[in-house]
Write a protein that binds this ligand. Structure first.
Ligand code: EPZ
Length: 430
C-alpha cells in the first residue's frame, strides 16, 4: 500500500506551477462527446480521476487520443453505447456528467446511480429534476438511471439547491434542447463558467454562466473545438495554505487570482502577507497565525474543498476558530486524524471549534478523502517529526505529482511502499 512519509518542521519556500482544474476538466471531457467532430483539450491535470473518465468515454465508443499527459483529442462520432457501467461510476462519480452529454446529443442515457462518498450522501435529485423539466423520462431501475425522450424542450428551471454538478449536467442537456432554457439558483463556480465557455466554443449558445441565472438557446449540432482548461483554484489554495501552515513563502504560478479571493481573504485575516500578480499569487507567513471564523459556501464564498486545508492551518493558529461546513454533512473526519497529531478540536454537527496549539506531533494518519488527505500532508509538513499518511490513493485522484511539487518547494516528503523505504527515508532525513 503506497503511503506518504513526511519529515516536517521547515518552511516551504519557492514557486509551484498549478495544473488544470480537475472539476472543470471532468465535465469538459464528458461534453466533448456531444459533437461528431474532433475536440482537442489542453491543460488537463494528469490525475487518476481524469484517466478513469477517459477510459469510460472510450468504453462507450468515442475515440480518445492522448497527445501527452495534459492534452487529449476526443471524437464522439463512434459513440454507440449510451450506458455507463457501475464500475466507472464507483471509481469516479463525475462519470454522471455523461448523463447530460448523452441525453443532450442522443436523447438517451443510462448511467449507474452514484453512491454517497466519504463526505456525505450526495444525492442527485436536482440533476434528475432538470432532465425531467427538459422533457426526459427519467427512471431508476436496478441502480441505473435511464433518461430518454424524443425531444428535449427548453424550460424555466429553478434549482432547489445550489449544485455544481446539477448546474453543469442540466446545462449540457439544455445546450441541445429545442428552444430557450432559463436556469435559476445555479452554481457560479469558475468550473461552471469554464464548461459553459467550452460548450460555446463548440457552437452552443449559453449566457450568464457565473451569475445566478443561466440562459441557454438550444442548438441542434455542436462542432469541434480546441480548448484549454482553467487553472485549478483548489490545487492553488492547497499550496497557499501549506505555505501558511509551515511559516513559508510560496508563489503559486499559472492561477487566476480572481478565483482565489475567498482563500486570500482568509489567509490575510489569519496574518499572512499576500501579493497578487496577473497569473500568480505569493503567500508569506512570518509571525504567529491568528484564529478566525469560516463558513463554507457556494462560490464566491469560501470553498468547501478548501475546508480541511484551512482547518489544519487554524489548528496551529493562536486562539479559538470556528468552522461551519454548510455544503456537505460529513466533511470533518480529518479532524479525528488531526487530534491524533495533537490538535485540540471539537465537532458538533456541522461546526468545528478549533483551539490553536503551538505544534503537532508526528503520527501515522489516514486520508479520509481527497482534500482531507492533502490537508493531513500539510499538517505533517508543519510538524517537526515524522508523519506517515495512509490511503493516499485519494490524494492521487485529484493532485498531480503532489509529493514532487511539495519537494520542489523544500518539503521532505516521499511516496513509500515498504518498511525498508520508510527506514531509508528516516536515515536520510536524520
Ligand atoms: C462538486 O461536487 C465537486 N466535484 C466537489 O469537489 C465540490 O466539493 C462540490 O462541487 C461543491 O463545490 C466535482 O466537481 C467533480 P454539489 P458536486 O452538487 O457537484 C447537494 C473535490 O474535492 N445536492 O455542488 O457533487 C449535495 O448533497 C470534490 O474535488 C443535492 O442535494 O457538489 C451537497 O450538499 C469533493 N442534490 C450540495 O448540494 C443534488 O442533486 C452541493 O453539492 C446535487 C447536490
Amino acid at each position: 500500500m503506497e503511503q506518504y512519509i513526511i519529515k516536517g518542521g521547515q518552511p516551504l519556500v519557492g514557486e509551484v506551477e498549478i495544473g488544470g482544474a480537475k472539476n472543470a476538466a471532468l465535465a469538459i471531457l464528458a461534453a466533448a462527446i456531444m459533437t461528431d467532430e474532433t475536440v482537442k483539450i489542453e491543460n488537463l491535470p494528469d490525475v487518476n480521476d481524469i484517466n478513469v473518465l477517459l477510459d469510460a468515454i472510450s468504453g462507450i465508443g468515442a475515440s480518445v487520443n492522448r497527445i501527452d499527459r495534459h492534452t487529449v483529442k476526443i471524437n464522439g462520432k463512434g459513440v454507440s453505447d449510451f450506458s455507463i457501467e457501475y464500475d466507472y461510476i464507483k471509481k469516479i462519480r463525475a462519470s454522471y456528467y455523461l448523463l447530460g452529454a448523452l441525453l443532450g446529443k442522443y436523447k438517451h442515457a443510462e448511467v449507474a446511480l452514484p453512491g454517497g462518498c466519504n463526505i456525505g450522501s450526495r444525492p442527485i435529485d436536482q440533476h434528475l429534476k432538470g432532465f425531467r423539466a427538459l422533457g426526459a423520462d427519467v427512471d431508476i431501475e436496478y441502480g441505473k438511471i435511464i433518461a430518454e425522450t424524443e425531444r428535449l424542450m427548453g424550460k424555466h428551471i429553478y434549482f432547489d439547491v445550489v449544485s455544481v454538478g446539477a448546474t453543469i449536467n442540466v446545462m449540457m442537456a439544455a445546450a441541445m434542447a429545442d428552444g430557450m432554457t432559463i436556469m435559476e439558483n445555479v452554481a457560479k463556480e469558475p468550473h461552471v463558467v469554464d464548461v459553459a465557455n467550452f460548450l460555446n466554443s463548440m457552437g452552443a449558445n449559453i449566457r450568464g454562466a457565473g451569475t445566478d441565472v443561466i440562459k441557454i438557446r438550444g442548438v441542434h449540432k455542436l462542432h469541434g473545438t480546441e480548448y484549454s482548461v482553467i487553472p485549478d483554484q483548489i490545487e492553488a489554495g492547497t499550496f497557499m495554505f501549506a505555505a501558511a501552515a509551515t511559516k513559508g513563502d510560496v508563489t503559486v504560478l499559472n492561477v487566476i487570482p480572481k478565483h482565489l479571493e475567498a482563500t486570500v481573504a482568509k489567509l490575510v485575516e489569519m496574518g499572512c502577507e499576500v501579493e497578487e500578480f496577473d497569473d500568480a499569487v505569493r503567500v508569506v507567513s512570518k509571525g504567529d497565525l491568528v484564529s478566525t471564523q469560516v463558513k463554507t459556501l457556494p462560490y464566491p464564498g469560501f470553498p468547501t474543498d478548501m475546508q480541511p486545508q484551512i482547518g489544519v492551518t487554524l489548528a496551529l493558529s493562536k486562539g479559538t476558530s470556528i468552522i461551519t461546513e454548510s455544503i456537505f454533512e460529513n466533511r470533518f473526519k480529518y479532524l479525528d486524524e488531526l487530534a491524533r497529531m495533537g490538535a485540540n478540536v471539537k465537532v458538533e454537527g456541522n461546526s468545528a471549534t478549533i483551539e490553536g496549539v503551538k505544534a503537532f506531533s508526528g503520527a501515522r494518519v489516514s486520508a479520509p478523502d481527497l482534500r482531507a488527505g492533502a490537508a493531513l500532508c500539510i499538517a505533517g509538513l508543519a510538524t517537526d517529526g515524522i508523519t506517515i499518511v495512509d490511503d493516499i490513493v485519494y490524494i492521487q485522484r485529484g493532485y498531480e505529482r503532489f509529493e514532487e511539487k511539495l519537494r520542489s518547494i523544500g518539503g521532505l516528503i516521499e511516496l513509500v511502499e515498504t518498511e525498508k523505504e520508510i527506514q531509508k527515508f528516516k536515515l536520510k532525513v536524520g
